[in-house]
Design a protein around this ligand. Sequence first.
Ligand code: PMP
Length: 942
Amino acid sequence: MGFDFLRDDIRAASPVSAAEAEELAAGHYGLEARALPLGSQQDTNFLLVGADEAPLGVLKIANAAFGPDEVDAQDEAADVLAATCSDLRFATALRRSDRRRPILASPEGPRLARVLRYLPGGTLTGPGYLAPDVVAGLGRVAGRVSAALAGFRHPGLDRVLQWDPRYADEVLRRLGAALLDRHKLGRVLDAGGAAWEQVGAVADALPHQCVHLDLTDDNVVRTGRTPDGVIDFGDLTTSWAVAEPAITISSVLHHAGAEPASVLPAVRAFHAVRPLSVEEAQALWPVVVLRAAVIVVSGHFQAAIDGENAYAVDALEHEWRMFEQATAVPTAVMTALIRDALGMAAAPHVVSGGLLSGPVRRLPLGVDADAMDAGAWQDAELADRLAAGCGGGSVATEYGRPRPTGTPPLSPTSPATVPTGVDLWTDADLRAPWAGRVVEAGDGRLVLVGDAAVLTVTGALRPLADQGATVAAAAPLAGTVGGRVHVGVRRVGVPEPPPLVRPEYAAGWRALTADPAPLLGLPPTAFTPDDLLARRAAAFATVQEHYYADPPRIERGWRHFLLSVDGRSYLDMVNNVAAVGHAHPRVEAAAARQLRRLNTNSRFHYAAVVELAERLTALLPDPLDTVFLVNSGSEAVDLALRLALAATGRRDVVAVREAYHGWTYLTDAVSTSVADNPAALTTRPEWVHPVPALDRRAADDPAAAAVAVIDDLAAAGRAPAAFVAEAFFGNAGGIPLPDGYLAAVYAAVRRHGGLAVADEVQVGYGRLGRWFWGFEQQAVVPDVVAVAKAMGNGHPLGAVVTSRAVAERYRTGGYFFSSTGGSPVSCVVGTTVLDVLADEDLQGNAARVGAHLKGRLQALRHPLLAAVHGEGLYLGVELVDGGAPATAATAAVCDRLRELGVIMQPTGDHLNVLKIKPPLCLDREGADFFVDALARVLSEGW
Ligand code: PMP
């Protein structure tokens, strides 16, 4: 038998000096090294570094409480793992040829020393944020270790550790007194006691095996993003196998932003490698609670006996946070949530009986309900108002379907939107749906406990049954007093849910509750698994990508907000197409009215097409007076280039590197952004002539370089038909072109008889604030302008505007007809968008809010923040790491921003620029919310 904390005292290790450590390393391992102390709760550890500061190993001097068998077991287990899991790294022991270990005499007794392999990279220690894929990586490592150690046997595993959850109640009993805060101690003992009982209920069915027992953020290392190495086998023992994942996931809970649901990726990943039984799934969260409780009391105990151990003292705060998170949600909910995540959900609890006579109408309140139009979802009183408008009779809401009533438009956490019961408006009396005991009957609250379920009615009611009374089915229970009551049904012996819960926990609460609909004579809510993403993948080509690996399902937009089917509102910082805001009522009304009247092609004679064309030319300087209407930016740029080819009778085109102009054959040919098309640079047709990009890495004098390309082409007898460029460099995050750039390049192309084509698809239409068109910033007038995106606010609409002379020359060589380009519906949409832009002064708003936003972004401080580009509401935040584009960090920042309620995407050839181009109705509050979220992400890390 090895160490037994019930029998043996573990005494604080007496200090070992660096000089002693260095002597040990040199004398016994031949390592000429400097020894740098590392923290440890009970052993003494040193990092050994060579003359060049390179780590040579970790000298570990075990606490005198641990004997040779135990140390042997640890070293052998590491060897077994290294042999079994070749994709992972392990801190195995460096063996002396005689396999003996140095022994250090100490006042506590002999201490075994050895040198362990140093694993490069770092642990996940610290308060930083752990992203879901990193959490999953932790779970996977734990699963691999658990599976590989399942058959490992060794006499040194026979020990009794305080970290072994099988002894958790004993630890709490013995060490609890060290937690001097009585309130905290009460909470720890209560939660620990309850968890102990919950584990006890399945303990007999829990398999035992060899466990590392400390696969935590402190002991799992990574070189890249994904954890792939394990150190510190000091707690190796035999325990419940489920202790392994429980300890791993509990270590996630103290990290920034972590909450109970954050651990689910690790649980799933563990289960995929080492499947958990139903009993293990049942025991998992209670063991997490026990672990957290033990950690808290042990931490206080250690701090009390070894107040100088800074490692132990510093840990107290995050240990308490771990406990708070472990107990933040009822264990029963977490267990049900875990079972659901592992595909082991219990069958739903179905109830029957009658609560009410007479018909009940259903009030739909989902994100897809028409009642949510025009931002009505922000109104917390909406359900009451809608029910009142139903004109009498009984009305009930739906159980389990997220309802965004009162959803805050800006929120860094998901709001509680999922109903655990139904709201009911009725004049009828309520009857007992089943026989039972009325355990509560007061004004505003009545609880009936039956054999199989508990009914809770709260709100505008007066009881008709006495508290304590036993009632038969159909007995009068309560009268309503005009207004709303909330009806909830749950299993017997489970906690009472709040009326609305957050979507992350909905599956957990659903397992504990039942749909009250049958009690109202209504069909229950149908819960079908959401396979929409899989269906999308099956019906769409992979080249049609989607934002985010795990995208929220967005089914509604309003102004600069996007609403997911979970009822969560996201701040939309990327949708430049919805320039006047999502679902603008004037745009919708104009389109709907026109759809009722006429929609046809522009060969018919109607007013809308003329009005839009006139409005567009009025916005452009002379001689841009002739308009072609198409359906997209690609079409617009394509047609713009074809106009130039036809007008000049030439075939060569000069285009700027790293730009994107569209997906048609012609526009794709002039697009060299590798972010959009990785093969862009190698697949250029020979008639396309790229000139240097205009981002931060631009050539010293990009204008001269472009002029030289044009001059050279002309000299070679291939003067270009056109030079095409965005008038403000959008793809790299809204970088203004260098002063005089377009003037010089336009002059060169025109000197040789070519045309200047401005792609205003992204940057035009008021977004830049100071200028309506990007080319105004350069004080030039192009020959051809391509417009789209904002023009239709999401309705497919694009335009090419040029001079009559250029347009007429196209007539001679080209052909143009678009079945829907310039349709009456498109045109009234286009005209209305221009009206809204003007009436709501959205260009002015872009200037004002954009300036505020840019100022706040520029004030952010972080080593990766290299530059804030742009103007108005076209901004780019560039992230650079040691001179190289911080592509991975930018992706991680965008993913975390999404969790915090902000839609943001990377742009630029290296995808290291945050692409900030929200609807132009963004207000200061939204801008501040975004910057605050970004500041938080940068401070939390990834
Ligand atoms: N030009 C530019 C500058 C663009 O950004 C885009 C679209 N991202 C296009 C043209 C093509 O527009 P669309 O997607 O409407 O075809």
